[in-house]
Design a protein around this ligand. Structure first.
Ligand code: HEC
Ligand code: HEC
Length: 320
């Protein structure tokens, strides 16, 4: 974390160190800049919390989900402990488990350096050199700004350590390492918020909406039908097809106004909506988290989605 602290205050090019966040944070503070430093770290961690929970969904995948509640609401206290199973339901040849990303030094990532964590998040390379299965959306995080990635690292360092031991994955085919768009965080730019469409594209990428909302064929995304939905999640107790969120007016969300889109998300801010089991009408989309995105970010998502290619693709969200 030392590099992140350096980067905030001095703007130094990152030099990674093995120091942990809090120890280095204290030793790094100059007496004069103490308050400023603390405030900057606080802001960084707050931004990281927002991204990790409500935008990138790290906490959604890396915690325990309860599908007896709507949208697989997260079990309180399980944040970051890992263990969620990703298998053929996600078109994976085998089983991978979301890993323990709490700072526990035995079973979590407490001994990982900032660089180790950043490599996992943005390149899909584990500390031991293994490649992560790209269900972990590193091909998307790979394009996020350095500031945003640093803030996520700063935040996950503050999670409560949990000693949950996650089983090893099993894969029956080697991982096809995805083509990564960016070679370096330094060159990644977060578009200015004044450009709603570009900024919206950035948010949609950070939230990996594409991964669920694009149909697949032979384990590959059909990119000419991107965002047109129809990927089937069969979780046993319910089956949900992802919706067509392209601007096609008949089969997509072409007729939705910005207000309708915003209200759809905001409606899920009410915790009462996650208290009961909706049976067959459940969803895998983490509405409880995404709904907490800033109104502005939700509107930016809408602006961007208006600009993607409309695809005529009729999807029945809940097949009979
Ligand atoms: C769609 C679910 C999903 C999301 C979203 C997700 N992850 Fe992961 N993550 C996984 C899975 C599954 C693995 C393990 C993959 C494997 O074993 O090949 C993983 C692995 C990791 C690892 C490697 C840990 C280890 O012990 O090897 C780290 C670190 C990590 N994720 C952090 C994050 C962060 C930070 C975010 C948000 C920016 C995030 N993940 C978002 C599913 C997810
Ligand atoms: C984990 C998979 C998953 C992710 C990630 C995901 N979605 Fe969804 N989404 C679904 C599923 C399944 C449905 C259909 C069931 C429902 O309405 O909840 C859905 C439904 C929707 C709907 C409702 C459309 C309608 O016709 O009712 C919208 C809008 C939407 N998603 C937008 C998004 C956006 C924007 C993102 C990224 C911020 C996103 N989704 C990320 C799985 C996902």
């Amino acid at each position: 974390m030392k590099n992140i602290i350096n980067w905030i205050f001095v703007g130094l090019v990152a030099i990674f160190s093995t120091a942990s966040f809090f120890t280095s944070c204290n030793s790094n503070e100059s007496s004069s800049g103490k308050t400023d430093n603390k405030d900057s770290v606080k802001l960084l961690v707050e931004r990281g919390k927002y991204l990790a929970h409500d935008v990138c969904g790290c906490i959604n995948c890396h915690s325990q989900r309860d599908y007896n509640k709507f949208s697989g609401h997260i079990v309180p206290g399980s944040e970051g402990k890992g263990g969620e199973v990703f298998n053929e339901i996600y078109a994976i040849p085998g089983v991978v488990f979301a890993r323990n990303i709490t700072p526990d030094t035995t079973n979590g990532i407490g001994k990982w350096t900032d660089e180790d964590i950043i490599n996992a998040i943005t390149k899909g390379i584990r500390k031991n050199g293994d490649t992560l299965y790209p269900i972990m959306p590193y091909p998307h995080y790979n394009q996020m700004s350095k500031e945003d990635i640093y803030s996520i690292v700063a935040y996950i360092r503050t999670l409560k350590p949990n000693n949950n031991k996650v089983p090893d994955r099993y894969l029956s085919a080697p991982i096809a390492y995805p083509v990564l768009k960016s070679n370096s965080l330094e060159s990644n730019i977060k578009p200015d918020v004044s450009d709603m469409v570009k900024y919206g594209a950035y948010v949609v990428n950070s939230a990996a909406c594409m991964d669920c909302h694009t149909p697949m064929e032979n384990g590959k995304y059909k990119m000419d039908e991107v965002f047109s939905g129809g990927f089937t999640f069969n979780l046993g107790t319910f089956i949900a097809n992802t919706a067509n969120i392209t601007p096609d007016s008949l089969t997509g969300i072409g007729k939705w106004t910005e207000e309708m889109f915003l209200e759809k998300f905001k409606g899920y801010r009410d915790p009462a909506r996650f208290a009961s089991n909706p049976g067959k009408l459940n969803s895998i989309m983490p509405w409880s988290l995404f709904s907490k995105m800033d109104d502005f970010d939700i509107k930016a998502i809408y602006s961007y989605l208006r600009t993607v290619k409309p695809v005529k693709h009729l999807v029945e969200k809940y097949p009979k």
